[in-house]
Design a protein around this ligand. Structure first.
Ligand code: IMP
Length: 176
């Protein structure tokens, strides 16, 4: 437990409220479409995915995909697929669930990979969006919160593997 406690940027109660709102919207949008496959992007989206999935009122299945886009700090690098989805998504409705969209490289890359599996549809959902940083032209269908340029941790997000399990979103200033 060497984690420090970064200042609160988005409180636990605000996250809970917003996740419930997003789940309500997604449930309404997919109400007559059968099962929705939620694909969580590891590691950062694991907590958001768990809360979002439990708030949905529609049939859903859970898959995970893992990419590595950064080293141990905050410097950006090439996106690499570390683990593909296990189940078939062919002909199924897919929602990619991301923790945060920064440049958009990761989400753009994932859409490309998942499209090659021929799903019925692909939509995207992210808890956080750094709109000022996003360079890749992608549609994000569901966004929890727009944030600025700061590095954020907690609720699944880390800085060098620290603070992932904080219950709130806090901000830290990277030193590398
Ligand atoms: P992108 O490819 O630049 O959009 O970056 C997306 C990935 O970078 C996310 O899935 C996170 O893993 C990581 N990331 C970007 N910004 C932050 C941040 O502020 N905190 C923690 N992780 C971040």
């Amino acid at each position: 437990m060497s984690d420090t406690q970064p200042p609160v940027m988005i409180a636990e109660s605000d996250i809970r409220e917003r996740v419930a709102e997003l789940a309500g919207k997604i449930s309404a949008d997919y109400a007559d479409k059968g099962e929705l496959v939620l694909i969580g992007v590891l590691k950062g989206a694991f907590i958001f995915l768990a809360d979002l999935a439990r708030n949905l009122t529609i049939p859903r299945a859970i898959e995970f995909i893992a990419v590595s886009s950064y080293g141990t700090g905050s410097k950006s690098g090439a996106v690499r697929l570390v683990m593909d989805v296990r189940g078939s998504i062919e002909g199924r409705h897919v929602l990619i669930v991301e923790d945060i969209v920064d440049t958009g490289n990761t989400l753009g890359y994932l859409i490309g990979i998942l499209e090659s599996h021929n799903p019925a549809s692909i939509r995207t959902c992210t808890l956080l969006h750094k709109a000022n940083h996003t360079k890749v032209d992608i549609d994000i269908d569901y966004i929890g919160f727009e944030i600025g340029d700061e590095w954020v941790v907690g609720y699944g997000l880390d800085y060098a593997e620290q603070n992932r399990t904080l219950p709130y979103i806090g901000n830290v200033t990277p030193t590398d």
